[in-house]
Design a binder for this molecule. Structure first.
Ligand code: ADP
Ligand code: MN
Length: 306
């Protein structure tokens, strides 16, 4: 995964970012970007560049190609993250970055501060071989993009999650983290100080949390025509669990599926089953999956869960 960003940032100068900018600009053209292109587009003299590239390689921000001919370099995920973060800072969206707070299969999430000193979460996508098989099957986007495929796929995923969250926020504003910005492979959202649902052992009102989640699935199905498609207690955070204020938030939306897709019914049932089974086991509720399904797709006006 590489070093934490907050340890690398102090070692990166403006001129380094300029080079990263050249590498980012050429992601679609090359996997490894030739030194000659970097020289030409950065305007930095060859000998100055040589020592900077060496430093960036030591920090694992870039990787030199193993073949020396032509001498060329590619950006690592750390490098892409750094550049995304730099852009977010320039746009006055992020003021400071902290430590990683969540590591998923396809991302690493950092805590950060915005310019109002509010805590925000930055999700940096880093899609790679380990996640891609499942990813392409479930998520169906981006086969061969050419150039730096994994970095580009990560940018596409961030775009996809950002744009769906912008739509979701109009429909279920209190049920997902507020979404603030996207830059390359990074999205910035509200930090939810909560506990992942699968870790929650006690709820004040399990049935209320359950029906809130079902209502979200219904709203996005009926109003936006989409299904989350990776819904599970791992993608739900509960704020203040066990208290009167307990509330749930659903996140991790990039793999959403249109309800008109052929497999939509199967995918929706899988999402619902994940939630139903969890509440049955953990909170001893008895739930009728068929009734829930009917309610979600608009075949019933009220939630009758038994
Ligand atoms: P992945 O696609 O890699 O699973 P997620 O969006 O599920 O990415 O995020 C990974 C983890 O980061 C989550 O399980 C959660 O613990 C944490 N996380 C994600 N978004 C937020 C947020 N807005 N606030 C707090 N924690 C978050
Ligand atoms: Mn997740």
């Amino acid at each position: 995964m590489g070093k934490s960003l907050h340890k690398i940032i102090p070692k990166i100068d403006e001129i380094d970012y300029k080079i990263l900018g050249v590498l980012v600009k050429n992601l679609r053209r090359f996997e490894y970007i030739p030194l000659e292109v970097i020289i030409e587009e950065s305007g930095i003299p060859r000998d100055t560049l040589a020592s900077i590239l060496m430093k960036l390689a030591e920090l694992k921000v870039i990787i030199p190609s193993s073949s020396q001919n032509p001498l060329s370099y590619k950006l690592t995920f750390t490098g892409l993250n750094l550049y995304s973060l730099k852009k977010l800072a320039e746009r006055d969206i992020i003021k400071a970055i902290g430590v990683p707070i969540g590591v998923g299969k396809e991302s690493v999430v950092y805590i950060a501060k915005n310019y109002k000193d509010d805590l925000v979460a930055i999700k940096f996508y880093r899609i790679g071989w380990s996640s891609f098989r499942e990813f392409s099957r479930r998520r169906g986007y981006g086969l061969d993009l050419g150039g730096s495929t994994w970095l580009l796929r990560s940018i596409v995923a961030a775009e996809r999650e950002y744009s769906i969250m912008k739509k979701l926020i109009n429909i279920i504003p209190d049920k997902i983290p507020q979404i603030f910005a996207r830059e390359l492979n990074a999205i910035v959202m509200e930090y939810i100080d909560g506990k992942e649902l699968h870790k929650v052992l006690g709820l004040k009102n399990p049935l209320k949390i359950f029906s809130d989640i079902i209502d979200v699935i219904r709203e996005v199905y009926l109003k936006l025509g989409i299904i989350h498609a990776d819904l599970s207690p791992y993608n739900i955070l509960v704020k203040d669990p066990g208290t009167e204020h307990e509330r749930s938030f659903i996140f991790d939306w990039p793999q959403w599926v249109d309800i008109k897709e052929a497999s939509a019914e199967k995918i929706l049932l899988r999402d619902l089953r994940n939630i139903v089974r969890f509440f049955e086991k953990r909170f001893n509720l008895e739930i009728n999956l068929e009734k829930i399904y009917k309610y979600v797709v608009g075949g019933a006006e009220t939630l009758d869960y038994r």
